[in-house]
Ligand binder design. Structure first.
Ligand SMILES: C[S@@+](CC[C@H](N)C(=O)[O-])C[C@H]1O[C@@H](n2cnc3c(N)ncnc32)[C@H](O)[C@@H]1O
Length: 460
């Protein structure tokens, strides 16, 4: 028999009751602070607009509030917001990131932290002022993926390919900064816009003839965009060198790969806090939205497809990962035995059978998401010091009219692993569901929260 929505709502209400006292609406957690928006005014953090990032203000607030010292970990480091903000407070930070775009950004920022020589600064000023690539004849072909074909106006491609050829004549440090500046402006000079689940294409690209015509507005020109970006980097690093006491900057270590592979290699009881925001269970496909950047970094179509499968399951294309090993089998079992999750999956499988889902991969994605998150939580527990906290930012989601309380389900899993739920800090303005969902199922606000879990003072 199909699990009814009433049964799911009752299980959700039961779990909500259990956590009622833990929920606190936190006025500090504005939409601005929990997203990239608050980074717009912050030197260095503002260089690359990583839409899925949280803000340095949020990291500083949480690190102060919970008096974190020592060493932290972010297993989903993104562009390194937590790492750089913590390091500035004198806290050493380790990050793990799978997406080459985030890693490139973190590594460039680290290189810039070491400082630019006067001659490198002079060369970069020359690039911003005199635009030397414009005079050169040489061009270097911009790597293209299937999903980035035709992403730029032809004059922009021409300019980018001259820029690519010219930057190869510079020394390594200058080259790295120039490539980074290019990475930062790609979207603005393209026909595309990042739109969560995929790249949206402006009608002028002549690529799609869908029912709705998307007009991105002004398509940025390459010359002013790249000049402005190089100038911004020069100005922020000058600011940094003048006002920033490098001696208080603690070490940042970045590990490349999936946290599911890397965390088991980290020592037990070694971190004073984990501060992170995993991908949300919202079908956002980072390998599609960041395709322009992945192409620039030289990935092939096959590498992008392989990367998609490595990412934490949050798209309908993710196949089930093999978690049947000694490290993970027990954590995947914990997630599979969660009553609320099981009832939601049961209902979604029935909806799938009746052809009511807009994509049949939804139940597999949700099962995979919680299985994998359970494994990540298990490893977080092991690597944290006793009494240390795991602080996580995440969103609830909704599919086929079923609101999925990610906060409650993950808290319940975390507790089975051994964590104590201290608080679930709620972002005051709640998010609606997608327009598609709203049309069919009405608007139900979805909670966005910061979960604060503490490892017990004894080890499992
Ligand atoms: C919500 S974003 C984190 C943003 C980050 N807090 C910041 O401010 O930049 C989630 C990140 O997890 C990364 N990710 C996805 N699957 C991963 C995996 N298996 N291992 C490590 N990182 C992964 C994504 O590439 C993305 O950068």
């Amino acid at each position: 028999m199909t699990t009814s929505l009433v049964t799911i709502a009752a299980l959700d209400a039961k779990l909500s009751g259990r956590y009622r006292k833990k929920f606190t609406v936190s006025p500090f957690l504005t939409r601005r602070v929990v997203s990239f928006q608050a980074n717009r005014g912050r030197p260095c953090h503002r260089w690359y607009r990583f839409k899925e990032s949280f803000s340095a203000d949020l990291v500083e607030h949480l690190l102060h509030k919970y008096r974190v010292r020592g060493r932290i970990l972010d297993p989903f480091a993104g562009v390194g917001t937590a790492l750089f903000a913590a390091s500035r407070l004198g806290i050493a930070s380790d990050g793990i990131e799978l997406l080459p775009v985030g890693r490139e950004i973190i590594r460039t920022r680290l290189a810039l932290h070491e400082g630019l020589s006067d001659s490198d600064r002079a060369t970069l000023h020359y690039w911003a002022d005199a635009c030397p690539w414009q005079r050169g004849e040489a061009k270097l072909r911009l790597n293209v993926l299937r999903i980035t074909q035709g992403a730029y106006p032809s004059a922009t491609i021409d300019a980018i390919e001259r820029y690519l050829a010219a930057m190869h004549t510079e020394n390594r440090k200058v080259f790295v900064v120039l490539r980074f500046a290019l990475l930062c402006v790609l979207e603005s000079v393209s026909y595309t816009r990042k739109d969560g689940q995929y790249l949206r294409w402006d009608y002028r690209a002549g690529r799609r003839r869908g029912a709705t015509r998307f007009d991105k507005g002004a398509i940025g020109e390459f010359l002013p965009a790249i000049k402005a970006k190089i100038e911004e980097i020069l100005s922020d690093t000058a600011f940094t060198e003048k006002n920033y006491d490098d001696t208080t900057t603690s070490k940042i270590t970045l590990r490349d790969g999936s946290c599911l592979d890397i965390m088991p290699k980290l020592s037990s009881n070694s971190y004073d806090a984990i501060l992170t925001s995993p991908p949300y269970c919202n079908r956002y496909d980072y390998t599609r939205t960041y395709a322009l950047e992945l192409a620039l970094l030289g990935l092939s179509d096959a590498e992008v497809s392989a990367l998609r499968q490595k990412m934490l399951s949050c798209t309908v294309e993710n196949r089930t990962k093999d978690l049947q090993n000694d490290t993970y089998i027990k954590f995947a079992k914990i997630s599979n035995s969660d009553e609320l999750l099981a009832s939601i999956l049961h209902r979604l499988e029935a909806e799938k059978k009746h052809g009511n889902l807009n994509n049949n991969g939804i139940p597999r994605m949700i099962r995979g998401y919680f299985n994998e998150m359970s494994c990540v939580l298990g490893e977080c527990y092991r690597v944290l010091k006793p009494d240390a906290r795991l602080i996580m930012i995440n969103d609830n989601v909704r599919y086929a009219g079923i609101s999925i309380s990610v906060d409650l389900i993950l808290s319940s899993i975390a507790e089975k692993i051994g964590f104590v739920t201290e608080k679930i800090l709620v972002v005051p303005t709640q998010k609606g569901n997608s327009s598609q969902q709203m049309g069919t199922h009405g608007c139900v606000p979805l909670r966005k929260c910061v979960y604060v879990w503490r490892k017990r003072s004894y080890d499992i």
